[in-house]
Design a protein around this ligand. Structure first.
Ligand code: AVJ
Length: 322
């Protein structure tokens, strides 16, 4: 079965956020969630296949090997909500483990309609799984899931792939607190976190030889051109990936190769960039294995288990709402 609810995210919100981020006097920035239009979501799927980018494969290995153990402590009936499902490929292992015990409803929550449609196609064939997707931002979608739960049902929230790494550390914990507030005691959150590794290995992962990550990053300007009528010339920008050691995060930037002024008609403003100036488009924070255990009690959870991949340091942590 396959049904879908659409929650709208107007173009005006995009225009406002672009304007706010690009009119800053200090570091200009754009929200990373806008990287995921249809092209961006497809490019991310390619990134996940790159030899340099081991993150997605590490996550998938953990879920494939340990899905039974991960889900065994959550008492049925369980409904699954996934924050930012993307293609949903890795989720299959969790859903198959649960359907061995019970028919399962799966709610992918995605801001990208293209990714949501792909996720529904990817998982629709699974026996005993009903998919009800939400085209929505994380917490809006999760609130809709929680509002529809039946008495006695537990929610398992999946926040895989180190998507939490896009948040700065304090907002990330506030976000976990927001997730907790929509849940009941006994509900669970499976949290994926990419672990610290040597800076050269990280830089390679975010500045791949083929230039797929560069295309993923530059596509944000293509999207602004298309949706807001802007005049960004891609030849005047380059992709930059750097490791910010004190903050323990990879940062992606778009660097202006010349002094230039770009008009963005549907945001009703123009942005002036100096030669070498950057627009910060994404952060990918890296964690120590003990951090999920420390973040859990500060956001209303208890960490009941953790699984780490040995090939590419990455952790899945199972948090229970207390
Ligand atoms: C999907 C946010 C986890 O930060 O590693 C991959 C996105 N950006 N390459 C990440 C991404 C550039 C990815 N997350």
């Amino acid at each position: 079965m396959l049904t879908r609810e659409i929650l709208t995210d107007p173009v005006t919100q995009f225009a406002e956020e672009v304007r706010a981020g690009l009119s800053r006097h200090s570091q200009k920035e754009l929200p990373s969630k806008y990287l995921y239009d249809a092209t961006g979501s497809a490019l991310f799927e390619v990134i996940s296949l790159l030899p340099e980018y081991g993150l997605t494969r590490a996550d998938a290995r953990i879920l494939r090997r340990h899905a039974g153990e991960i889900t065994s402590g959550i008492s049925p009936p369980v409904i699954v909500a996934e924050l930012g499902s993307g293609s949903g490929k890795k989720t299959r292992w969790i859903l198959e483990a649960l359907t061995r015990r019970q028919p399962t409803t799966y709610h992918p929550i995605e801001i990208s309609p293209a990714a949501l449609a792909q996720c529904e196609r990817e998982l629709d064939h699974l026996a005993r799984v009903s998919i009800v997707g939400f085209e929505a931002e994380y917490l809006d979608g999760l609130r809709r899931v929680a509002a529809g739960r039946k008495p006695g049902e537990r929610i398992l929230v999946l926040f895989l792939g180190s998507s939490i790494g896009n948040f700065d550390r304090c907002p990330g914990e506030r976000f976990l607190t927001g997730v907790r507030q929509t849940l009941n005691p006994g509900d669970a959150l499976l949290l994926g976190t990419d672990l610290e590794k040597p800076a050269p290995r990280l830089i390679e992962a975010y500045a791949d030889a083929l230039g797929v990550t560069a295309a993923f990053n530059l596509n944000l300007l293509v999207r602004i051109n298309r949706e807001l009528g802007a005049g960004f010339d891609l030849a005047q920008f380059r992709h930059l990936a750097l490791y910010n050691a004190p903050e323990r995060r990879v940062e992606m930037h778009l660097q202006s190769l010349a002094a230039q002024t770009v008009t963005i008609p549907r945001a009703e403003f123009s942005v002036r960039l100096e030669e070498g100036e950057t627009i910060w488009t994404e952060s990918s924070h890296k964690y120590r294995a003990e951090e999920p255990f420390e973040m859990a009690p500060r956001s209303g959870f208890r960490c009941d288990g953790q699984w780490i991949d040995d090939e590419w340091p990455f952790a899945e942590s199972l948090l229970t709402a207390v």
